[in-house]
Ligand binder design. Sequence first.
Ligand code: NAD
Ligand code: MG
Length: 409
Amino acid sequence: MRKLVVLGATGSVGRSTLDVAARHPQRLQIHALTAARDADGLLELCRLHRPSIAALVDEAAAKRLRAALAAENIPCEVLAGASALSEVAGASEADIVMSAIVGAAGLLPTLAAVRAGKQTLIANKEPLVMAGRLLMREALRSGACILPIDSEHNAIFQCLPPQYRCGQPPVGVRKLLLTASGGPFREWSAERIATATPAEAVRHPNWSMGPKISVDSATLMNKGLELMEASVLYGVTDAQLDVVIHPESVIHSLVEYVDGSLLAQLGQPDMRVPIAHALAWPERWESGVGGLDLAALGQFRFASPDLERFPCLGLARAALRAGGHAPNLLNAANEIAVERFLNGQIGLNQIPQMIAACVDAGLGVHANAADDLEAVLAVDAWARDWCRRELQRFSVTTITAVEGARVHA
Ligand code: NAD
Ligand code: MG
């Protein structure tokens, strides 16, 4: 029996993780669940999954949850504050930690899990983008086994030899090919994309996800973040990474070997597949997801991404090539820009404008910054401040904020 901690339990990946875990009560016990401030959501999960600990960042929400659990006689310790998340992630009782918080907020708890040598399942890609070298260094030191959950990176992991471990460059590999659905605006003109509303941006054709990653998928920044994520997890350069648009989202990514072989992982676009793979690894468990009817699918399509309509992908590649803190600056600026877009303060086409300007300004200021935790957090905070200060330059807007979409749910 192994004990599982789910960071970001009330989110899309968190709930899918619990769905898979609940199918294996003989193998997994839920040790702790965390969320930002959704006390009702966490209460519902505590009723179902009976964790030993529940943690909320928001103190008032934690108080409400504590009272509700007591009223229902559900035995569960409730912790409050951001530091409680790192505490449960690194707790000696925990064996496996699912990192499924959205954004940079997941860095410290993910780092705590890695430093404590946990089997760390990483869905939360932003910490890998902002502090990839630091996380991989710490994993090497502690012996933590990192398993990728992002469907593309999980697919790549599945296509590498069984003895492969993240952090080392794979042997005999020419290229990693990330597939991308193309998002909801794949066929839209640049003019139409510029006027896209938050509601349109979060309506992903194939995947059901939280609002932040849905907007990232609409701008293709998600694929850009994934290039950096792949470079960190697999120790490969920008030149060994390609993106191909595949609107069906059935081939989740491919590995091209030096002999010309391409290996791919296929499956329904359902996060329970990569989650079950990593929870069971190196075994295989039921995920609740069926196979594919290939004949019914009929055909797969492929195309090159259009960098003119989707400049975020080019910005991400440039940041990957630039190295240093460029990915960190880009990630922070993107988080602020996406939040502003979801709140109706800027247009979709202003997201890349804000990011480009912030990365440009930041690279000058932070050219010689170290890559330790302190520097990572300082650069991240600098970029957020810069974007907030400069926001005036980037606000036009007549865009309607998406109903109920909150970046920090
Ligand atoms: P979501 O918005 O549905 O859920 C986010 C979770 O994080 C919630 O539990 C929320 O309470 C918690 N959270 C938010 N802000 C926080 C903060 N400041 N401190 C602590 N906790 C906080 O997000 P999601 O779609 O599940 O995505 C989670 C992560 O997984 C993201 O990094 C995303 O890029 C990645 N990912 C998601 C999918 C997907 O299908 N949803 C696929 C691949 C990768
Ligand atoms: Mg992905």
